[in-house]
Ligand binder design. Sequence first.
Ligand SMILES: Nc1ncnc2c1ncn2[C@@H]1O[C@H](COP(=O)(O)OP(=O)(O)OP(=O)(O)O)[C@@H](O)[C@H]1O
Ligand SMILES: O=P(O)(O)OC[C@H]1O[C@H](OP(=O)(O)OP(=O)(O)O)[C@H](O)[C@@H]1O
Length: 226
Amino acid sequence: MIRLAVPSKGRLMEQTFEWFAARGLRLSRSGSEREYAGRVEGADGVQLVLLSAGEIPRELAAGRIDLGVTGTDLVREKLAGWASDLAEVAPMGFGHADLILAVPDCWRDCETLDDFASIARDFRAAHGFRLRIATKYHRLVRAWLAGHEVADYQLVDSQGATEGTVANLTAEAIADITSSGATLRANNLKILGDEPILRSQATLVASRAAMGPEMTALLAQLGLRA
Ligand SMILES: Nc1ncnc2c1ncn2[C@@H]1O[C@H](COP(=O)(O)OP(=O)(O)OP(=O)(O)O)[C@@H](O)[C@H]1O
Ligand SMILES: O=P(O)(O)OC[C@H]1O[C@H](OP(=O)(O)OP(=O)(O)O)[C@H](O)[C@@H]1O
């Protein structure tokens, strides 16, 4: 039996159902909107579970599920050394989002990461505490800033409505995902740098421990190779 986990709500869930349907597998919830078990038609030996996209990487690494759909951002954020336990089998072509660093529009002298690094250096002397960056992507943001030699900052945990933290005066900058850019614009924030911290999209991810004939057969049915 292959245990397949897909996001339990929203557009990510709907587009996942469409992606599998286009490849001959009909996924559906087995009961009410609130029930997190599912049905699979079109393949034998596949059990469907609906999970929070954020929990899918860890559940794969723990071996409680074999195959899952989640964002590449979440795989990299939730699991250090993810590639030893998981294999990204296929990008799915939806759920595109960029993880970016953003500062207030009104920071006119801050356009590049070098500008940001020097503002961060001066900030502590001027304010007595390190410049605060609100994010839920702690691992990715720390690694990226270290790679760009930005050191004078602190991360403030924000699990939602992150763009609001600057106006609320709980952070000076944010690192979050953006897709249309509407949330950044509405909160008077601008993206720093030419390249995002990470480009993410929904991806089919397998546990390496679950690779075997059953998995190979299912992936072949989806037109994929292990
Ligand atoms: N506006 C967006 N456009 C495109 N992709 C997005 C957008 N917001 C989130 N995503 C992607 O969707 C995934 C997260 O989805 P979602 O917020 O449903 O998961 P979650 O963190 O598990 O949520 P929850 O904890 O609320 O259940 C991430 O991979 C993210 O990159
Ligand atoms: O660039 P945009 O198209 O405006 O999308 C970006 C927004 O989408 C996500 O939020 P989500 O709706 O998942 O809510 P959250 O605040 O709980 O993260 C993300 O955290 C941004 O806030």
